[in-house]
Design a protein around this ligand. Structure first.
Ligand code: FMN
Length: 212
């Protein structure tokens, strides 16, 4: 698979087989993540790999917290209309697929990492400036493309961050670590209708300005 093929064929996976992922494969994915460029080569990313009993405990804690309290999005409601419209078109486009997927629920699914056997918590030191989230994003894209090339699937999951305090407490993470994303990683279940969905992307004319 060449780079462009990987970029164009990667997609978020929302249902996995329970089969564990060999540690060597997880390491290759993380090594690819760590090849990303970063300002002054600071490499400001931290990855916590959660599996087995630790993963079960985490999911239980997240679902318990969700049952107790449905926390609202941390996203500000000032999002300009055109981006809101794109969100709405995603929800409309994915619905026919989720409706045909037994027991699919975005909220619970996200908090259970869509059954993925591997959960990756992505974080940064609290004293690293927010602008360095860019560098971490580059590493995360590398991670997802490498996983895809190796026959694995990923879903970046931000919904879990509403319960970042629960994650940190359950996994006993250092207080200095600020969580920025969680990622589900595993073998995609291609039989699920939701995994046949490919999100539409905008045409470049919608986001570029030529100046000549
Ligand atoms: C920062 C971030 C947070 C996300 N959070 C969630 C989430 O909580 N649950 C989910 O099902 N998908 C989540 N996604 C996946 C997006 O919905 C997905 O990337 C988008 O619809 C585009 O689809 P694609 O990844 O297949 O290209 C997230 C993606 C990103 C980059």
């Amino acid at each position: 698979m060449n780079t462009l093929e990987a970029i164009y064929s990667r997609k978020s996976i929302r249902g996995f087989f329970p089969q564990p992922v060999p540690k060597e494969l997880i390491k290759r994915v993380l090594e690819a993540a760590c090849q990303a460029p970063s300002a002054c080569n600071m490499q400001p990313w931290e990855f916590i790999i959660v599996q087995a009993k630790a993963r079960e405990n985490l999911i239980k804690a997240l679902l318990d917290a969700y049952e107790k309290e449905k926390r609202p999005s941390r996203t500000q409601s000032k999002i300009p209309a055109k981006y809101k419209e794109r969100m709405q078109s995603l929800f409309n486009a994915i619905r026919p697929f989720t409706e045909k997927t037994p027991r699919f629920d975005t909220w619970r699914g996200s908090l259970e990492f869509y059954q993925a056997p591997v959960v990756i918590i992505v974080g940064k030191d609290k004293n690293i400036d927010y602008i360095r989230l860019l560098d971490i994003g580059l590493a995360v894209e590398n991670l997802m493309l490498a996983a895809h090339e190796l026959g694995l699937g990923t879903c970046p999951i931000g919904l879990t961050l509403r319960y970042a305090d629960v994650i940190s407490k359950t996994l006993n993470l250092p207080s200095q670590l600020e969580l920025v994303l969680t990622i589900a990683l595993g073998y995609p279940n291609p039989n699920l209708e939701v995994n046949k969905f490919k999100a539409p992307k905008i045409g470049i004319e919608e986001c570029i300005t030529w100046m000549e």
